[in-house]
Design a protein around this ligand. Structure first.
Ligand code: UD1
Ligand code: CA
Length: 460
């Protein structure tokens, strides 16, 4: 059985964040979420996360995504080896298993790399298999020291390294497969005799080799997977790589992104064939978009379901459902819990909130549809407002099929407009309107002939 320990105890001082480092976002999701997904995808059946700095934040987040994930608290934080020691019960339960240990702040590590390292680990009957990479930037890395035959010796942390060791360009990725029992043994031998007085997990390599065990290093094919972030500049770098990877994958699958400028699409988003994504469009959460849509420019979609042939031009769509053939924008906001049924047209400066807008209904401009159940084939005149809030309570409006709402109508909720009812422009509707009725709710027009000449209200 495969299981995993994720290290997430560190503060990440250089990030200058008020959250734990692993909770810093890449493409609007905490870094640790990618690590959890990768280890699950790689087949880890039991997961333990080591928490420390602001552990509640990490624990609450993990509980919100998967209640089966275990945690172990590390306080104070005395190094990566000390972190793993806190999972002693977890390790004791998995002495017969293979345990993956990896950093919670490396969101680009993927299941494919983890599994290739696992295969290598099993084929060679290793006690420990490191993942390593040949890198250009040697600063701060754990250098992997081999003898003249290339046999692994140990890992030397940059701060402890001699000038010659500092030149070794094979870097420890901070991702390892251990045999459970051998991990338990190695942890019992790790000390803090080094420059930082920390318990280094990396010492377990030398300890296990010394005990006559097999050890190996799996060198990654693509260096990107080992990248982490220590500050916001590096975090931006991770965003750039993740964004590129996701966009490329979508394009390969038939999504059209003619210009990727400002296009940020989350990892869990699904987009259908021949849909076009235009610049400055952010699509996140568990959004699903159908085929042949045009999304953007300047559109933000979070956690929504969008059908086929939908046009969203300069829209903000949150936690809502948009059916086939809807055409919305520019400058449209659809707030949580809304449904735009098939063929709805929503034009400039229209806001919809917590409402259902029925099939083929149209609201071309300057309208607020809040807490409303709108039937099919309804026409909203310019400037219609559903007055859903009286300062204390929110109430709903119901508008029947085929109703015509004249321009500048106020519907004072709760109120019901019958099917095919017709409201005169400028009406303030406080009472229900029966079906097929005309409702006029405004003062009658009075023209006073010659009044201007008599009163002379203008300056000469
Ligand atoms: C570690 C490795 C180094 C490797 C590098 C790759 C050690 C001693 N060094 O160094 O060889 O090249 O990762 O990124 O392991 N953490 C805890 N508790 C602690 C300390 C750290 O949970 O007491 C967690 C951090 O939150 C982080 C991970 O462990 O997720 C790695 O810690 P970090 O301090 O970044 O290790 P590096 O110095 O980068
Ligand atoms: Ca690090």
């Amino acid at each position: 059985m495969k299981c995993a320990i994720i290290l997430a105890g560190g503060k990440g001082t250089r990030m200058k964040a008020d959250c734990p480092k692993v909770m810093c976002n890449v493409l609007f999701k905490p870094m640790i979420s990618y690590v959890v997904d990768a280890v699950k995808e790689a087949g880890a059946e039991d997961i333990c996360v080591i928490t420390g700095y602001k552990h509640n934040e990490v624990e609450d987040y993990l509980a919100s995504v998967d209640t089966n994930i275990k945690t172990a608290l590390q306080e104070p934080q005395l190094g990566t080896g000390h972190a793993v020691m806190q999972a002693d019960e977890f390790i004791a339960a998995h002495t017969e298993d293979e345990i993956l240990i990896l950093n919670g702040d490396g969101p680009l590590m993927d299941a494919e790399t983890i599994n290739k390292a696992y295969d290598y680990h099993k084929e060679n009957n290793n006690s420990i298999t490191l993942i390593s990479a040949i890198v250009d930037d040697l600063n701060g890395i754990g250098h992997i020291k081999r003898d003249e035959n290339g046999t692994l010796l140990r890992i030397v942390e940059h701060k402890d390294a001699s000038p010659e060791e500092k030149l070794i360009n094979e870097s420890n990725a901070g991702c390892y497969w251990f045999n459970g029992a051998d991990l338990q043994y190695a942890l019992s031998k790790i000390t803090n005799e080094n420059v930082q007085n920390e318990y280094y997990l990396t010492d377990s390599l030398e300890i296990l080799i010394g005990a006559g065990k097999n050890a190996g290093a799996y060198v990654v094919e693509n260096n990107e997977v080992i990248l982490g972030a220590n500050d916001r500049v590096q975090l931006n770098g991770l965003n750039t790589i993740m964004r590129k990877n996701i966009n490329n994958k979508l394009m390969v699958n038939g999504v059209d992104i003619p210009c990727t400028d400002g296009v940020m699409i989350g990892k869990d988003v699904k987009i259908g064939n021949s849909t076009v994504i235009l610049p400055n469009t952010i699509i996140i959460g568990s959004t699903i978009i159908g085929e042949s849509c045009v999304i953007g420019p300047n559109t933000y979609i979070d956690n929504s379901e969008i059908g086929d042939n939908v046009v969203l031009d300069n829209c903000k769509i949150l936690d809502s459902a948009v059916e086939n053939d809807v055409d919305a924008g520019p400058f449209v906001k659809v707030r949580a819990n809304s449904e735009l049924k098939k063929g709805v047209h929503i034009g400039n400066f229209v806001e919809v909130k917590n409402s259902v807008v029925g099939e083929g209904s149209k609201s071309a401009h300057l309208t607020y549809i809040g807490d409303s159940d709108v039937g099919s084939g309804v026409n909203f005149g310019c400037g219609t407002v559903t007055c859903n809030y009286d300062g204390k309570n929110k109430s709903r409006c119901k508008i029947g099929d085929g109703a015509f709402i004249g321009c500048n109508t106020n519907l004072i909720a709760p109120v019901e407009v019958g099917d095919k009812a017709y409201i005169a422009a400028g009406s303030t509707i406080t009472d229900d309107i029966p079906e097929n009725a005309l409702s006029i709710a405004r003062a009658k027009q009075v023209n006073k002939e010659g009044w201007v000449e008599i009163k002379k209200p203008y300056k000469e």
